[in-house]
Every structure is written in structure tokens, then in C-alpha cells.
Design a protein around this ligand. Sequence first.
Ligand code: ADP
Length: 337
Amino acid sequence: MPLEIVRNDITKMSVDAIVNAANESLLGGGGVDGAIHRAAGSGLLKECKTLGGCKTGKAKITGGYSLPAKYVIHTVGPIYQDGKHGEQALLESCYRESLSLASANGCRSVAFPLISSGVYGYPKDQALRVAINVISDFLLENEMKVYIVIFDKASYKIGEKLFADIAEYIDDNYVEAHFDFRFESVRMSMPCGHKSSNSGRSVFETRSLSESVERDSLGEKLKQLDESFSQMLLRKIDEKGITDAQCYKKANIDRKLFSKIRGDIHYKPSKPTVIAFAVALELSLAETEELLKKAGFALSHSNKFDIIIEYFIVRGNYNVFEINEALFAFDQCLLGA
Ligand code: ADP
């Protein structure tokens, strides 16, 4: 997944560059700046002293010293006043300048804290939105792995109204221990990642259909296999008139994974991967169900992940990053992971 939101201490990230939310002096401060200087050791401050400070919205690069990261990119976020003093443009500039500096220095992976969202007072949900928008725009044109590092759960919140809306939708639709027998012989809908290790199949699988198929007609049936997941995906991409790259980037899916799917008509993707493509292709709920079925999955009201996905699809909101924010807020695994 080219953009990932993770919960971590940024000083522990093993990436090519971490970004520091610095102040204009570049001589260290509190918050994430202090944590980075402490973890990097005194060599970092020594180098920072040679840089002559940095203007708000700009970025400068140094070595990473004792950090796992090779570089530190220091950027200075705006102090938030009321949102009417050019704060957003300056914050966007921080992300853009840092990404272009990372790119110019050959970085393939970069981790950002939520710049300006601490002492500088930028509302966290808006700060996150800015980060996601600028980074996802950049990733449409560039190959890089970018992390937004959230320090603690409390520092992360999607808009309160959205959170309340989704919580209500889950309450209305959640069915405990609900089993959906609409699709016989179809993998039961599972929380993501719960696959057996070698076959990519779920541990739950009903067998009634396969048992009822007469043995001598099985060969015939197998010859008439339906369109596979990979075939349906490629067909939908053509029908939508978009390129492969537009599709996998919008799905926040890695190019290598997409090539694997393209090259293997029997490829068995994970459930979040299927849904990420459904979202990128802006499929209706019925089409999403069909694509899921091709990969042996179904949407169910017995898990929150599915209900959150349904919430966005029925509202025609196909922004994979917004969906991932909501999934993150509800402790679910993310699309494209
Ligand atoms: P600013 O002055 O730009 O607001 P802060 O350092 O005060 O910078 O906070 C920026 C964000 O970094 C805040 O959301 C804060 O919770 C977060 N943060 C603080 N320490 C760390 C850390 N070690 N790793 C990742 N994020 C951190």
C-alpha cells in the first residue's frame, strides 16, 4: 500500500527519511522535534546549526545519525490561528516540499508525523486531511512508500459527525453471529487477513454445492468456469475507460501486486484488496458483491469492516483514503493493505 497510516513513534520507523515538525530556528524544540533530536543524538543538532534555519512551509534535509532512518527532513508547519491566515496552503507546502526533497535524495520510503497538529494547534482531523490529500496527489505521479505516523489513538480522530454517523450505521446494521447462506460454497466473509497459510482460502467454507455435484459432471463444470476475479477486474477497468495505473493508484494498491493479479487469471486476492479495487472502480454495491464473489468473499453484516465499506459505497463516497481513515478510527484493517 503506497500510503499507510500507522500508529507508532516516528523515531522507531525504519524508512529512508522521517520528517520532523521543526520550528524556524531548526535548533530543536519540544514534541516530535525533541523526540527526534533525543533519538538521533547530538550530531543532528550540530548539522542543523549549519543550515541557517528554515522558513514556514519549506523543508531542509540532514542525516539521520543514530536513528534507523537515513535522513531527517525538517519542515516548519504553520502556527494555526483561525484557518484564515493561509495555514492550509502553508501546511500543504510542508508536505509537498518534504516529498520533493525526499525524491531528490533518492528516498523510497518516508514517514511523516501530523505536522502542526501538536503545539502549533492545527485541528487534527483537518491536519490529517491535508496530509492525505497532498500525499495521495504526489503518489499519483511518483513511486514511493509514504507513512503518516499517528503517535497515539487519542491524537487521531475523524470528524466527529462522520464518526457518529458510521457508529450509528454499524449499530443499525450489525448482526451478531450472523451467517449468510446466500452463496453456497463461497468463503464466509471474514475479518481481513484470516486466511489459511498456503491456499489463500478461508477456514470457513461450506461444501454443500460441491458435494451435490456428480463426480462425472465435475470435469464439464470445471471447463465452464466463470470469469475469474482478475478477468472481471480487467474488464471493469476497460469499461470504465481508465488505465491500469489510474486504477491501482486510486485503489492505493502497489504496482507489483497489480502486475501479479494481471498476470495470473486465477489470482486469489485478500478481501481488502478486492474492496480497494471496487472502490477505485466506483462499483455499485451489487457490482462490489459480484467482484467479491469472484474472489470467494461476500459482504456481511456480522463484521464492522463490511458495514463501514457498505456505508461509503451506498453514499457514493469512493475516496479510498477517507474510507481508510474511518476504518482506522474503528480499529479495522485498511484497504489495500
Ligand atoms: P507542531 O509544533 O508542528 O504542532 P508537535 O511536535 O507539537 O509539532 O506535534 C506534531 C504531532 O506529532 C502531534 O500530533 C503529536 O502528537 C505528534 N508526535 C509527538 N511525538 C511524536 C513521536 N515520537 N512520533 C510521532 N508523532 C509524534
